[in-house]
Write a protein that binds this ligand. Structure first.
Ligand code: PEP
Ligand code: MG
Length: 537
C-alpha cells in the first residue's frame, strides 16, 4: 500500500480503479520531405481542431454552462493567431514535420505566456499548450478523445481545461492531480460535480499504478493506493457512513429553515456567475446571499459594458424565479487583479486600493454596475451590497451615488424596482462602528474571510500562516456578536457570507447570536439546515 497526501477540494470518499491519464501521443511523425505537404497538413489540422473545439463547445455549454465553454473559444481564437501560425510555418520550411513544429512552437509560446506578469495572460499558457497538443495529436493521427468505460479515479500530473471538459464525467469517481490549485479548473469541476478530489497530490504517476485500487479521502486530504484489506474495510465503512449522512440530509430538501424555538434563518448560496445558479437550485438554497460581481470582470480584455452586466444580473434574477438575490459590487484589487484596471503595484494590496475604494474614486467603473443592478431589479428581488466599507462617510457617498443612478434611470424612463442597500462588514472598523452604519443601511452581511484577516493581521493568501489563522478566535467571535446586536438594535437584518457561515461547528453559536441569514457554497445548505432545524435555540 502507498499512502500519500494532497490538498482536498471536496470532502467525501471515493474507491475505485486508478486510471492514469496520459496526454502525450508518443513519437511525433518525422518530416515527410515535402514542405508544401507539411504546410497543407498543418492547415487542415487547424481546420479539424476548429471543428473538434466547436463540437466540444456545444457539449460543454450543455453540461456546464456557457462560461466554462468560453475557455474553448479562447483556444479557437488561438488557432488563428498569426504569430503562432508564422512561427510553425517557418519551422516547417526549415525541415520540421508539421506535428513537431506545432508542438515545439506551442511549448515556446506557452512558456512566454507563463512568464507574463498579468494573472489572466499567465493562465492562458494552459490554453496555448492545450491547443498545440490538440494539433499535434491530429497531425500524429492519434485520438485526442479519452476512452473510459468503467468508473475510475483519474490520476494526472495536471489536466488542461479542454481535457477536463471532455472527460466522460459519468465514469469519474474522483480526480487526483499532482499540480493544480484549489481554484484550478479541475478543482472547480470537482466541487460542481460534488466528487472527492485532491490537487497537489504526492503520488507516483507510472504505469505500475494503472488499474490498481485507490481510495481518495477528501475529508482528510489523502489517498491509499493498493490498500491493505484493513484500510479498505475501514474506508468502505467511512464511505458508507458519508453516503448515509448525505442521504439523510435529503429529508431537509424543500423544508423551511426554522429552529425548534421558531427562529427562521435564510439559507442562501454564494455564486460568481449566472451559470452557478444551477447549483444554487440543486443545493436547495433559498436565494443568493453573495454574488461576487468581480467574476464578471475577470478573464476579459476590457471592462464589461453596462448592457453585459445587466444581462448577467438579469439572467441570475430570472433563473432564481422570485428567490432573493444579493449582488455585491465588484471587489477587484488585493488578490483579484485585472490588467485593464491599470492598478499600480502596491506594497500591501490587501490594505490597498480595492473594493468600494475603487468604485468611489472611479465613478466611470461604479456607474455601469449600479445602473445594471437597478435595471435587473425590474425583473425580481435584488439587493446591493458594498465591500470593504470602513466609515459612515463611505456609506453616505454610496447612497448619494445610488440616488443619482435612480434619478438618471427615472429621467430615461428605464424601469427599476426597490433595491435594498447593505454593507459587508469586513473591516474591524466597520464592526466597531456597526451601530452607526446600521442607521444608514438596510442590512449587513459579514465577510468573515476578510474580517478574520484584518482582525488577526494574518494574510489570508499566505499558506504559511494557516496555523495562525484561527477563524474561531475569540476576537472574531466577539465582533460577530457585536455586529448582529447592533444590526438588530437599529432594526435591520444581519447575515454571514464568508466561509465561516458554512462552518457547522458554529451554526448553533450563530443561531444563539441571532444571525438572520447564512450564505455559503450550495453543497453545504442541507447540512446547515439540518443543524438549524434540530437546534433548540
Ligand atoms: C469575505 O471577505 O468573507 C467575503 C465574503 O468576501 P471575499 O471572500 O470575496 O473577499
Ligand atoms: Mg471580502
Amino acid at each position: 500500500m502507498i499512502q500519500g497526501k494532497g490538498t482536498a477540494v471536496f470532502a467525501g470518499i471515493a474507491i475505485g480503479k486508478a486510471f492514469l491519464f496520459s496526454h502525450s501521443a508518443g513519437e511525433l511523425p518525422v518530416f515527410c520531405g515535402d514542405v508544401q505537404k507539411e504546410l497543407q497538413a498543418f492547415d487542415s489540422a487547424r481546420e479539424t481542431a476548429r471543428q473538434q473545439l466547436q463540437l466540444l463547445f456545444e457539449k460543454t455549454k450543455q453540461e456546464l454552462g456557457e462560461e466554462q465553454a468560453m475557455i474553448l473559444d479562447v483556444q479557437c481564437m488561438m488557432l488563428d493567431d498569426l504569430d503562432y501560425i508564422e512561427a510553425v510555418q517557418q519551422q516547417i520550411q526549415q525541415g520540421r514535420s508539421a506535428a513537431a513544429a506545432a508542438d515545439a512552437v506551442g511549448t515556446v509560446f506557452s512558456q512566454q505566456f507563463a512568464d507574463m506578469d498579468d494573472d489572466y495572460m499567465r493562465a492562458r499558457s494552459v490554453d496555448v499548450r492545450d491547443m498545440a497538443k490538440r494539433l499535434t495529436a491530429i497531425l500524429s493521427g492519434t485520438n485526442a478523445e479519452l476512452e473510459i468505460t468503467e468508473p475510475v479515479v483519474l490520476l494526472a500530473d495536471d489536466l488542461s481545461p479542454s481535457e477536463t471538459v471532455q472527460l466522460p464525467k459519468d465514469n469519474i469517481l474522483a480526480f487526483v492531480t499532482c499540480q493544480g490549485s484549489t481554484n484550478s479548473h479541475t478543482a472547480i469541476l470537482a466541487r460542481m460535480m460534488s466528487i472527492p478530489s485532491l490537487v497537489q497530490a504526492q503520488i507516483p504517476l507510472n504505469s505500475t499504478v494503472q488499474g490498481k485500487t485507490i481510495i481518495v479521502d477528501g475529508f482528510e486530504g489523502c489517498y491509499y493506493l493498493d490498500p491493505d484489506p484493513d484500510t479498505l474495510a475501514k474506508m468502505q465503512e467511512k464511505q458508507k457512513t458519508a453516503q448515509q449522512k448525505q442521504q439523510l440530509l435529503e429529508q431537509y430538501r424543500g423544508k423551511p429553515t426554522i429552529s425548534k424555538s421558531g427562529k427562521k434563518v435564510k439559507l442562501f448560496a454564494n455564486i460568481g456567475s449566472p451559470d452557478d445558479v444551477a447549483y444554487v437550485l440543486k443545493g436547495d438554497a433559498e436565494g443568493v446571499g453573495l454574488m461576487r460581481s468581480e467574476f464578471l470582470y475577470l478573464g476579459r480584455e476590457d471592462f464589461p459594458t453596462e448592457q453585459e452586466l445587466f444581462e448577467a444580473y438579469r439572467s441570475v434574477v430570472e433563473q432564481l424565479d422570485g428567490k432573493e438575490l444579493v449582488i455585491r459590487t465588484l471587489d477587484i484589487g488585493a488578490d483579484k487583479k485585472v490588467d485593464y484596471f491599470g492598478l499600480e503595484p502596491e506594497e500591501n494590496p490587501a490594505l490597498g486600493y480595492r473594493g468600494i475604494r475603487i468604485c468611489l474614486k472611479q465613478p466611470e467603473i461604479f456607474r455601469p454596475q449600479m445602473r445594471a443592478i437597478y435595471r435587473a431589479s425590474a425583473y425580481g428581488p435584488v439587493s446591493a451590497m458594498f465591500p470593504m466599507i470602513a466609515s459612515v462617510q463611505e456609506v453616505l457617498a454610496v447612497k448619494e451615488f445610488c440616488k443619482t443612478i435612480r434619478e438618471e434611470l427615472t429621467a430615461e424612463a428605464i424601469p427599476f424596482g426597490e433595491v435594498a442597500l447593505g454593507v459587508m462588514i469586513e473591516t474591524p472598523a466597520a464592526a466597531v462602528i456597526s451601530r452607526e452604519l446600521a442607521k444608514e443601511v438596510d442590512f449587513f452581511s459579514v465577510g468573515t474571510n476578510d474580517l478574520t484577516q484584518y482582525t488577526l493581521a494574518v494574510d489570508r493568501q499566505n499558506e504559511k500562516l494557516a496555523e495562525f489563522c484561527d477563524t474561531h478566535h475569540p476576537a472574531v467571535l466577539a465582533l460577530l456578536k457585536m455586529i448582529v446586536e447592533n444590526a438588530h438594535a437599529e432594526g435591520i437584518w444581519a447575515g454571514i457570507c464568508g466561509e465561516l457561515g458554512a462552518d457547522t461547528t458554529l451554526t448553533e453559536e450563530f443561531l444563539k447570536m441571532g444571525y438572520d441569514e447564512l450564505s455559503m457554497s450550495p453543497a453545504k445548505v442541507l447540512e446547515v439546515r439540518r443543524i438549524i432545524c434540530e437546534s433548540e435555540e
